[in-house]
Design a protein around this ligand. Structure first.
Ligand code: UD1
Ligand code: MG
Length: 396
């Protein structure tokens, strides 16, 4: 079991070295291809190459392809014992990730509308769900001890389990993309999630599902390595932007290991800040409250600090549901509120703005560091929930 993992680790290190050198060399090519953005939080308006996540994705995929002979090499020599089912899992996982990388890149180039952003990951996750159906088809959920009198020890939720896994792929891909807008945040949060999954896999490596966790590690180590290389160039002050390509690629990689590594509920625990950001953003995402094209914090060039970005609207134009959300957010002190007759001025509903609301204006690098610290703290919380807490509620 250890040999392929050790090889995978060294291949991940090589993947990091190649990616970190490749990115600066390809920057000009991206600008020539009109793939660039302007950093809205800087005084200069230099062209910053965008969608460099595609380079990370490609070096990751190449590493994964080159790795195939390592776990399957022995079986290739003795064809009769070739583990077809393991191989199909590996290939389907790569297919889903590859599809999402392609769709993410298409999104960066063509600017796909929002509703399609929900559809694309659903379709890209189908090969994965098929393999899950053929290999495991386990749709049983263990009931927590306090509810066992009502529901029994376990409940088979059938089709809903597949619905949940499909939604997990959609959520993972989009949740990272909407917690974005300050240098290094998209990749920073993804690296923390990736490292948290690695820690969890290592803890579980000697448990009953060791094969599944080993499978997850094969993907996670090269993923984290390639992403760290991107982070080096995307950290403040960013010399490249990651693009939606990276967010989609990351989200799908997490969904793949969660589903085929058989920890799709634990995986969601590593997304606590993203779940919060999604719920907090929901009134704007579902257009109950106006949602500008960009919700990233506002840069104050005089102080070199980031401030909450604001949204202005007429209270009378908001529907009942929107008004209810606004009231709840105000009661929970999640938003600032300025009222001038019918006109309301409040902050955009993102976790980034919420941090700024409580800390006051911050330098961009410090803001990213705070948000990454929140992600790390939530991962620690996730492991506490998964272990000491789970021992209270389940027979583990
Ligand atoms: C998502 C967010 C949007 C946020 C944007 C920033 C939602 C619904 N959408 O949109 O609010 O403004 O991400 O990435 O929440 N940029 C910077 N600095 C950075 C990163 C990005 O200025 O550190 C700017 C650049 O101009 C870059 C652009 O954002 O070109 C990329 O935005 P894009 O990824 O296309 O936005 P969305 O993912 O659609
Ligand atoms: Mg984006």
């Amino acid at each position: 079991m250890l040999f392929p993992l050790v090889i995978n680790f060294f291949m991940a290190v090589i993947c990091y070295i190649i990616t970190v050198r490749l990115i600066p060399r390809l920057k000009d090519k991206f600008i020539k291809a009109n793939l660039f953005g302007i950093d809205m939080s800087k005084t200069t308006s230099d062209k910053i190459p965008e969608s460099l996540g595609v380079v990370t994705g490609c070096t990751f995929l190449i590493t994964m392809f080159l790795f195939i002979p390592v776990p399957f090499g022995n079986s290739l020599l003795y064809k009769a014992n070739f583990p077809q089912d393991e191989f199909v899992k590996y290939i389907a996982a790569l297919l889903s990730i590859c599809c999402m990388l392609f769709l993410g890149f298409a999104d960066d180039v063509l600017d796909v509308p929002w509703r399609h952003k929900l559809l694309l990951p659903t379709i890209a996750s189908l090969p994965l769900l098929m393999v899950y159906y053929v290999s495991f088809n386990s749709t049983t959920v263990i009931v927590p001890k306090p509810l066992r009198d009502m529901f029994g020890t376990s409940v088979d939720i059938g089709l809903f389990y597949y619905l949940y896994m499909g939604m997990l792929a959609v959520f993972c891909t989009n949740a990272i993309n909407i917690l974005a807008g300050v240098n290094g945040l998209e990749v920073g949060q993804s690296v923390v999630i990736g490292l948290s999954i690695i820690i969890f896999n290592v803890i579980e490596l000697f448990g009953n599902l060791s094969k599944a966790h080993q499978f997850s590690l094969y993907f996670m180590m090269p993923y984290v390595a390639a992403s760290l290389a991107l982070l080096k160039h995307n950290w403040y002050p960013s010399s490249v932007f990651v693009g939606d390509t990276f967010c989609y690629f990351s989200g799908m990689t997490f969904a793949v290991v969660a589903i085929l590594g058989r920890f799709n509920k634990t995986a969601l625990l590593f997304f606590i800040p993203q779940v919060f950001n999604f719920l907090y953003s929901a009134p704007q995402l579902f257009k109950l409250v106006p949602c500008p094209r960009h919700r990233l914090p506002k840069f104050n060039s005089k102080t070199d600090r980031m401030e909450c970005s604001l949204v202005v609207f007429k209270y009378s134009e908001i529907n009942v549901l929107g008004k209810l959300c606004l009231t709840i957010f105000r009661k929970l002190k999640l938003i600032q509120w300025k009222e001038k007759s019918d006109t309301i001025i409040t902050n955009n509903f993102t976790l980034i703005n919420l941090v700024l609301l409580y800390t006051g204006p911050l330098h961009e690098a410090k803001l990213t560091s705070y948000l990454i610290a929140i992600q790390v703290a939530c991962s620690v919380l996730a492991l506490i929930i998964r272990y000491p807490f789970a021992w209270i509620f389940y027979d583990v």
